[in-house]
Structures are given as C-alpha cells and as structure tokens.
Design a protein around this ligand. Sequence first.
Ligand SMILES: Cc1cc2nc3c(=O)[nH]c(=O)nc-3n(C[C@H](O)[C@H](O)[C@H](O)COP(=O)(O)OP(=O)(O)OC[C@H]3O[C@@H](n4cnc5c(N)ncnc54)[C@H](O)[C@@H]3O)c2cc1C
Length: 354
Amino acid sequence: MSSKKTINFLIVGQGIAGTTLAHKLYENGKSVHLIDNKYQSSSSHIAAGLLHPMSFKRAILSWKADMLIPIAKAHYNAFQTTFKTKVFHELDMIRVFSSMEEQNNWQGRMADSPMKEIIGDEELSLGFPLGSGKVNMAGRLDVALYLSRSNQFFIEENIFSEEQFDYSQLTYSETGVEYKGIVAENIVFCEGYKITQNPYFNYIPLSPTKGEVLIIKTKDLPDCILSQGCFVMPIGDDNYVLGATYDRDNINQETTQLGKEQLIEKLKAIGDFDFEIIEHRAGVRPTTHDRRPILGTHPRYSNIHIFNGLGSKGVMLAPYFARELIQYITKGAQLNSEVSVSRYSKKHLYKCLV
Ligand SMILES: Cc1cc2nc3c(=O)[nH]c(=O)nc-3n(C[C@H](O)[C@H](O)[C@H](O)COP(=O)(O)OP(=O)(O)OC[C@H]3O[C@@H](n4cnc5c(N)ncnc54)[C@H](O)[C@@H]3O)c2cc1C
C-alpha cells in the first residue's frame, strides 16, 4: 500500500444507498470519498420517494416497517436540520378499497397488533364507492433534492469524483484498496442494479425490476397519497407522481407507451380525474429474489463491501441498513443473516470472475 494519505471509505455510487452511507459515516467521524458516473443508471432519480408501512396485497405490515420508518424519518429530519433543506414531507395516505372483501379484511386488521397503530380508525368521507382507510406513518422524500444537496456538499468538501468506476484500476492489499491515487481502508459498492456488471459482485443473482412513473398535473386530486393498484402522490404545484409499473422482462431505462397506458388505466380505476401528463420516467430497481437488502463483505476480499438490494423501498431501508453496515465494518457487529451477502456466497461464488 502506498504512503499517500489514507481515507476510511471509498464509496462507488451516489444513489440513496451511497449518499445515506456517506452521511452516516461522516456522522461517525469517518473520512469518505464518493464516485458516481453522473447518475447514468440511477434508480434513485426516478423514485417517487414514497415511504409507507404497508404490504397492501395482504393488508399486513411490510417487513420491519414499524422499526425502519422511525429511523428513516429521524435520518431525513436530521439531514434537513443540518443542510437547511426541506426534503421530507409527512403526508396522509388513503387506501381506496377495490372490493367489499378488501374493506372487510381491512376492518378486521384494525384490532390486530401492530396494525392498530398503522391503520387509522378515522371515518373518511372521500366519496369512494367501496370506502377507504387511512394509513399512518406515510410521507415523501424529495429524493432528487436529497441527492443534489448532498452532492453539492460532497463537492464543497472535495470528496466527490464524477466518473465511471474502472474496476481494472482497483488494487488490493491486506490493509485496504487503492484507486487512481485514492487510498482507502475500505471500498463499498453502492451501484444499484449495475452491480450485475461489477466483477467482484456479479455472482449475486439480483432480480432487477424496471419501473415507470408519470408526473401529472391536476386540480381534481386531494392533498394526500391515494393507493389502489397504483399510487398517486402530491409533489406540489398541483403536480402528482403516478406510479409505478413493475416489469422483470425488459431491463432498460426506456419509457414505453404500454407503461403509460397501464398507469392511466390504474388511475381511472380510482376515479375519473382530469389531468395533464407533464413527464414520463423509467428506471430499474435493484430488487432481490427474497426482497431483502444485500450488505456485507466480499467472500475473498476483506476490505471490499456491498450495500445494495434496496428494491422498491430504498427510502425506508437505506438509513437503518447504512447504520448496520457501518457497525459491522467498523465494530465487527454481527449482520442479520437475512440481509447478509453471505447468503449468496456458497451457491453463487463459482460464477465470480475475480
Ligand atoms: C419507477 C420507480 C419508482 C420508485 N419509487 C420508489 C418510492 O416511491 N419509494 C422508494 O423507497 N423507492 C422507490 N423506488 C426504488 C428506489 O429507487 C431504489 O430502492 C433506490 O433508488 C436504490 O438506490 P441505490 O442507491 O441502491 O441505487 P441507484 O439509485 O441506482 O444508485 C446507484 C448509483 O451508482 C451509479 N453507478 C453505478 N455503477 C457505477 C459505476 N461503475 N461507476 C460510477 N457510478 C456508478 C449510478 O449511476 C447511480 O447513480 C422506485 C424505483 C423506480 C424505478
């Protein structure tokens, strides 16, 4: 290893994962440097930023949501205070029922713990024919602003490089890594779905999912999030995000006519609203088969790590799991086996190119 100044962490990828990890490391007094290729494959820039605790299919709490959401909100609120930039908005969320069965199921859940904290018992008179129910703890992260304000800070601190990471330039020793003159004790790859092209981690069987959203303008919708097969969420100035599609077959960042039609059809199922389409976006979520994040260390290289697999819930998962990863790397804390990268090693390492 060279005699140049050594930093603690080199982070590749400045999406929600890399950005949140960098802030948490900073809070812990660690030195970092980030690299990103101008957000070329960024899922975070496409994300609607919706945060909510439900798995609507079965009207149950989504995985660990009651623990993850308070930690996520605390992180984004602390960010707002530090950077004097409003990025998180508390919002009411309304589930619009599509059948009597759903309405009955919902009412049945109201008494169950922990659902009684999550499902509001207020009577809502929004006029939906089959009724609606309120979901507590929801909100919206302005992801683009969270990333751009963070990027401004990283540039001011001189800890950001805009480039495509070149794996062939990475060298490795017992004490750390070196990349184009940057010497670091650790490197963490936070590359979203492009991890599939990373020679250190391409053995992981990611299961990426393409998604499309529309930005629409309307005066017909209420100032809250509506959900029923899709979601429609206010983002200010009578603009709303309408999302999202799920496509496992066409992994690219192209918007499609089919995606647009699917979203419009879903909105029509909620109600007959007048709207104008302002923008159409597509991206690829870094989803995993078991819907759990991926954290940990390369099975052969002790200083090369991964933070990925945030799937469709990056806003909720990133703050808690960034903290878990830091405690694991810096303090030797045990990683939850459900999220550890080691769940892949035995079966899949044979494919590893490095
Ligand atoms: C349509 C859609 C809607 C969504 N809505 C929501 C939502 O409402 N709420 C929610 O929580 N989540 C949502 N998501 C999911 C969310 O976007 C992801 O969970 C999250 O953004 C993943 O963040 P990440 O940092 O892991 O990856 P990314 O955001 O993809 O970040 C990876 C970064 O690394 C860069 N990069 C990759 N490889 C390299 C390289 N070799 N060199 C340099 N840079 C590199 C990329 O360009 C990118 O900037 C949505 C996703 C989509 C597609």
